[in-house]
Design a binder for this molecule. Structure first.
Ligand SMILES: Nc1ncnc2c1ncn2[C@@H]1O[C@H](COP(=O)(O)OP(=O)(O)OP(=O)(O)O)[C@@H](O)[C@H]1O
Length: 265
């Protein structure tokens, strides 16, 4: 079974040198991944022989226009969907070899998800939204008495420490997305997945949210950021460009190549 990282945000920072995946090493490896939907009359190739790796503690962008296969790829990366062929490895562990229950547990412990439309509970304050994630994730290994402090720390990490008691309706769109980021951090997952997190925000706010997500790589997080916005995509440390289910561009590939030559050979 995959091992749980039990560090808190602060501990993650100090424990970086001994982290199991040093910065730049391949945290996730995707090998010849395809997803085909077949009906009795039709075969639709949604992803076609996609190979890349995601460097640990980087902000990695999956870029492409609508319908290019971004969401499908994200579902395969997080074990929500299973590939028709090929495989996804987290470290040495192959995700598709696990049962549904094991995959759900793995996701709960390893992946924090940030959605385009925030999906905050409107009747709960910013702090309570983060506390709810701790409740659902059993505090990420922290004792219950430490949860409030932890939730406040997550809000401070995303520059929202001054507004713990505001309801989502009392926050701007960018601030609501920051609450969603704090919520995703609550149980200290090593991977954050952001699915078009700025698609609902103006350009200036979007770049601010991008900056905050990029800064989380400094505290040991690996951020997978899905966007169709070429301006944001161009700012990533590494990225792939998708079109019609195929990779048509790789950037930051030198770093990726150095990190995982076997995937690129
Ligand atoms: N279950 C399915 N059956 C048939 N086709 C599907 C299915 N799921 C997705 N597709 C098709 O696969 C392609 C890729 O879809 P996907 O949602 O992954 O793209 P996307 O890049 O995330 O798009 P968007 O940016 O609009 O969300 C699309 O053409 C979509 O219509």
């Amino acid at each position: 079974m995959l091992q749980r990282r039990k560090s808190s945000l602060g501990q993650t920072t100090t424990s970086r040198p001994s982290a199991p995946f040093p910065q730049g090493s391949p945290l996730i490896r995707v090998e010849h991944l395809s997803r085909i939907i077949a009906t009795r009359t039709q075969k639709t190739v949604i992803l076609n022989d996609v190979t890349f790796s995601v460097p640990a503690q980087s902000l990695f962008v999956i870029n492409g226009p609508s319908g290019s296969g971004k969401s499908t790829l994200l579902h395969l990366l997080t074990g929500i969907d299973r590939p028709s062929s090929g495989r996804v490895l987290f470290g040495a562990e192959e995700l598709s070899g696990s049962s549904e229950n094991a995959l759900a547990r793995w996701r709960g412990q390893h992946v924090g998800i940030i959605f385009q439309f925030f999906q905050l509970v409107p009747t709960l304050t910013a702090l309570e939204n983060v506390l709810l994630a701790l409740e659902l994730g059993k505090g990420g290994g922290l004792p219950r008495r430490a949860w409030r402090e932890r939730a406040q720390m997550c809000l401070e990490t995303v520059d929202l420490g001054a507004f713990p008691h505001r309801l989502p309706s009392e926050l701007s769109g960018g601030q609501q997305q920051r609450v969603a980021m704090a919520r995703a951090l609550a149980n200290d997952p090593p991977i954050l997945v952001a699915d078009e997190p700025t698609g609902n925000l103006d350009s200036r706010t979007a770049h601010g949210v991008f900056d905050t997500l990029a800064s989380l790589t400094e505290v040991g997080k690996t951020v997978i950021y899905v966007t169709h916005d070429p301006n944001l995509a161009a700012r990533a440390q590494a990225r792939i460009d998708l079109l019609d289910g195929r990779i048509v561009g790789q950037h930051g590939a030198q770093a990726l190549l150095a990190a995982s030559p076997e995937v690129w050979s």
